[in-house]
Design a protein around this ligand. Structure first.
Ligand code: EPZ
Length: 419
């Protein structure tokens, strides 16, 4: 269990870890390379370690040297694949493309929903069918078979992230040309494209979210690449420093070009911050916050994954603010729990909520939601009056590397208590 006490005098600097949402699709793409890959900046967090466990069962072996991962995907064999583990993480859907490319069939359980929404996979299956794989749903499993066709295909991705990633990986070795319209271009999608280009894939990107993939006969054998820093962690910490730093805190390894929409929103809310140099952001303690309305959007708009921490910031603003979450129908549910902290919110519908102005938060027991909401709750507990006892904070370690240790180094009063 963790005991969290009010901590509004944090100081020092924090280095942003590497992105889970970038590492996962790249790990899937290494299975396409079928050789030795050296991947720098791989976060050692729950979902990544689970993904590595799954691909180990198809003989994709690996070893870590700090955050550098040495992978060997030469000899893949799906005979002993542990398909039950696929249900553990949503991102396992990314295994479809490389495995189908080499084995032409796979039967997997539905990756399942989660606490932010239904998370359907119909688009993944329809687009795989568009390049010739066929699928049948048998109870809670999906059986996909077939060979990729050899003619030009145009597919619409509706800006969906892992579906775009699955489509990119499914087509770099498929003859002939694949055009993905309305593709997602989040930083982690671009990181995947960078990795595949290093491996000699022919991928072009147009300004209008169109990705054009031309067939290459084979990929480069020895590939070395790097994972980018986690812009979602950067945004989460920017909120925390605005509310709980003594004077200011520096954020290192923040890819500022990924943060423009969030920085604009924070400035609109009168948060004081400075873009120093070499991707260092200095965020100052900001007392007189202005209530602002937010609508989440596709990148480079305001991302859905930082809506929850931003709503914590708005609890300390001077008036009523409104959150419009365009994507996930259950993302706002965690607000219900926050009423226990004397924080008045109104969920208007699955996609809109109002946050009422400045309240002194009182801690409360919580139930579990999505992991981004958990990170937001840590911010709420650190600025709330009183002591909070939390029994499930290890959830956060699934998606944020050394999250609690980083906060403790800055002076946050988070104590690990044996239950
Ligand atoms: C990715 O999820 C991220 N996950 C999510 O991050 C992120 O919140 C999301 O993109 C939106 O940016 C990874 O990158 C591993 P979806 P993704 O649910 O692509 C519709 C986090 O916090 N849709 O597939 O899996 C449906 O409405 C996680 O790190 C279909 O209808 O998101 C869905 O809710 C949470 N059919 C929405 O798109 C489909 O087949 C978002 O897509 C696919 C999507």
């Amino acid at each position: 269990m963790y005991k969290i006490q009010t901590s509004k005098d944090l100081s020092g600097e924090v280095k942003i870890s590497w992105s889970k949402n970038a590492a996962l699709p790249i790990l899937a793409a290494t299975l396409l390379v079928r050789w030795k890959i050296k991947l720098h900046n791989v976060p050692k967090i729950g979902d990544v370690l689970t993904f590595l466990e799954i691909i180990w069962t198809i003989w994709a072996t690996h070893k870590f040297d700090w955050n550098t991962l040495y992978l060997d995907t030469t000899h893949l064999d799906i005979s002993w694949m542990n398909v039950d583990m696929i249900k553990k993480i949503r991102a396992s859907i990314l295994l479809l493309s490389p495995i189908l490319h080499y084995f032409w069939n796979i039967s997997i359980p539905f990756p399942g929903w989660c606490s932010i929404g239904k998370r359907p996979i119909d688009a993944h299956l329809n687009w795989l069918r568009a390049i010739w794989y066929d699928y049948k749903t048998l109870d809670s499993n999906i059986k996909i078979t077939g060979k990729p066709n050899s003619w030009d295909v145009v597919i619409n991705a509706w800006f969906w992230v892992t579906s775009t990633e699955n489509l990119i990986v499914a087509n770099v070795l498929r003859p002939w040309i694949t055009t993905i319209e309305l593709a997602a271009i989040e930083p982690h999608v671009m990181n995947l494209i960078d990795f595949l280009r290093i491996a000699w894939a022919d991928i072009k990107i147009r300004y209008n979210h169109t990705i054009i993939i031309s067939w290459v006969k084979e990929l480069k054998k020895e590939v070395e690449a790097s994972v980018i820093s986690d812009y979602i962690e950067s945004w989460t910490f920017m909120v925390l420093w605005a509310l709980a730093s003594k004077e200011f805190i520096d954020i290192k390894n923040a890819r500022i070009e990924d943060l423009y929409s969030f920085i604009a929103k924070l400035k609109e809310a009168w948060v004081k911050l400075e873009d120093l140099w070499w991707d260092i952001l200095r965020v100052y303690r900001s007392e007189n916050l202005k209530a602002v309305n937010v609508q989440t959007n596709i990148f480079p708009g305001f991302p859905t994954d930082v809506g929850s921490p931003f709503m914590i910031l708005m609890t300390q603003a001077d008036w009523v603010s409104k959150m419009h979450e365009i994507l996930f129908e259950w993302r706002l549910n965690f607000l219900v729990e926050l009423d226990k902290m004397r924080w008045h919110t109104a969920i208007l519908n699955p996609h809109e909520a109002m946050i009422f102005w400045k309240m002194d938060l009182k801690w409360s027991e919580v139930t579990s939601w999505d992991l981004r909401a958990w990170a937001a709750m840590v911010i709420a507990w650190l600025i709330a009056e009183g002591e909070t006892r939390v029994t499930k904070i290890e959830y956060i370690e699934r998606w944020y590397e050394n999250f609690v240790e980083k906060l403790q180094k800055l002076g946050a009063k988070i104590e690990v208590v044996k239950e």
